[in-house]
Design a protein around this ligand. Structure first.
Ligand code: ADE
Ligand code: ZN
Length: 339
């Protein structure tokens, strides 16, 4: 069995992806036409050629501009349904998806269109493919904490259908502590809490996310490498890191996948997971990320299994579902061994 075949059949959870970052060029053009939104690119090839970035901000400028094609509940439904179908094809059994709600409501899209579009598609995907999904609303860190608190309040009608809250967008200059009250309220309401930290920001931001925001997972977390005591603490606590190797490559967070800290952190005993972040922009879905790591870091089959196991250890699911998923991984590993 080739690594491609092994990864393709490996049951996994995806825990770090932005729905707005999963719009494939063909869908992007269809949405722009459907909504009469003027875009700079005429063809899928032109769009793909534009996906070359200096850094996170350079990417975010294009990404936020691209969000203009999302207008109706049907649009939010379609991007969610397409992503979940694509994830199912990668043998993702469970997905936790980020949604940057403020990027839409501030353009005048009704909150109900955003939320009901996404949530309806999640239910459809589960009924069609058995894939479970959770929604994590991310506050945009370039905005104020007051705006994040308004966002939280406005979502009250959907509280029962939201899994958690997170923090995304431009990192440097916007430390986690800027959102301490927002996270305190999210935790008090019983939501899961996660935050992007240590993607471009320093190890100190990772510490703040843990100590001030009390996050249950770190998104990226690369910069923890610069603080040996922090690495030891993460190994002890098993607070998961949702890492995104191809994203890090495309945003120049790492010079090559071979230089990515994923294997070093896995070896150090951290609960590291592999994810796609913004798959249509960064040239790969979750399996492409596993395979890029396998090839560049020389991962053994046992390490691919460990990464998949970690994805379910880190997922916000019931212990029963976790046990089922871990058994499915073991079954696949045994089947592959016998092949
Ligand atoms: N929003 C979408 N992708 C992101 C990333 N890689 N970092 C921070 N915010 C994001
Ligand atoms: Zn992200």
């Amino acid at each position: 069995m080739t690594p491609e075949q092994f990864v393709a059949g490996l049951p996994k959870a995806e825990l770090h992806m932005h729905l707005e970052g999963s719009i494939e060029p063909d869908l992007f053009i269809r949405l722009a036409r459907r909504n009469g939104v003027e875009i700079r690119w005429k063809t899928e090839e032109e769009l793909r050629a534009a996906y070359s970035f200096e850094d996170l901000q350079d990417f975010l400028d294009l990404y936020y501009d691209g969000c203009r094609v999302l207008v109706t509940a049907q649009d939010f439904h379609d991007i969610t349904r397409e992503y979940l179908a694509r994830a199912h094809a990668d043998r993702v059994l469970h997905a936790e998806m980020f949604l940057g709600v403020q990027g839409h409501t501030t353009r005048g899209v009704p909150l109900a269109a955003v939320m009901d579009g996404v949530l309806g598609a999640m239910a459809e995907a589960e009924a069609a493919d058995g894939i479970s999904a959770g929604l994590i609303v991310v506050a945009q860190r370039h905005r104020t904490e007051a705006e994040a608190l308004e966002l939280l309040e406005s979502l009250e009608p959907w509280y029962g259908r939201i899994l958690g809250f997170g923090l995304g967008g431009a990192e440097v200059g916007h430390p986690p502590s800027k959102f301490s009250e927002f996270f305190r309220r999210c935790r008090a309401l019983g939501f899961k809490v996660v935050a992007h930290a240590g993607e471009e920001g320093p190890a100190g931001y990772v510490r703040e996310a843990l100590e001030v925001l009390q996050v249950q997972r770190l998104d990226h977390g690369n910069a923890c490498m610069d603080d040996a005591a922090l690495v030891a603490e993460l190994a002890r606590s098993r607070i998961p890191l949702t890492m995104c190797p191809l994203s890090n490559l495309r945003l120049n967070v790492v010079p090559s996948v071979a230089a990515h800290p994923l294997k070093r952190l896995l070896d150090a005993g951290l609960c590291v997971t592999v994810n796609s972040d913004d798959p249509s922009y960064f040239g790969g879905y979750v399996n492409d990320n596993y395979l890029a790591c396998q090839a560049a870091l020389g991962l053994e089959r046992a390490e691919l299994v460990a990464l998949a196991r970690n994805s379910f250890e880190a997922a916000f699911i019931t212990d029963e579902r976790r046990a089922e998923a871990l058994q499915a991984i073991d079954r696949w590993a045994r089947q592959a061994e016998a092949a």
